[in-house]
Design a protein around this ligand. Structure first.
Ligand SMILES: [Zn+2]
Length: 65
């Protein structure tokens, strides 16, 4: 019998890596932020997402006002 009882790689289960600090997670945590830029997905962990949002907000402030 050649039945495969276990698959090492399961489809849909991908590890994600934070673009800024390199933190890895087995699955995308809800606190992480995913941004799509130039057709590529970029993930940011909770801490980096806050810093990233601050940078975005500051940029928006300068451009909005
Ligand atoms: Zn990070």
């Amino acid at each position: 019998m050649d039945e495969r009882t276990s698959d090492p790689a399961q489809p849909g289960t991908q590890s994600v890596v934070c673009e800024r600090c390199g933190t890895t997670a087995e699955s995308l945590p809800v606190t992480w932020t995913c941004s799509v830029e130039n057709g590529g997905r970029h993930y940011f962990c909770d801490d980096c997402a806050r810093a990233h949002l601050r940078a975005i907000e500051s940029r928006l402030d300068s451009s909005w006002w």
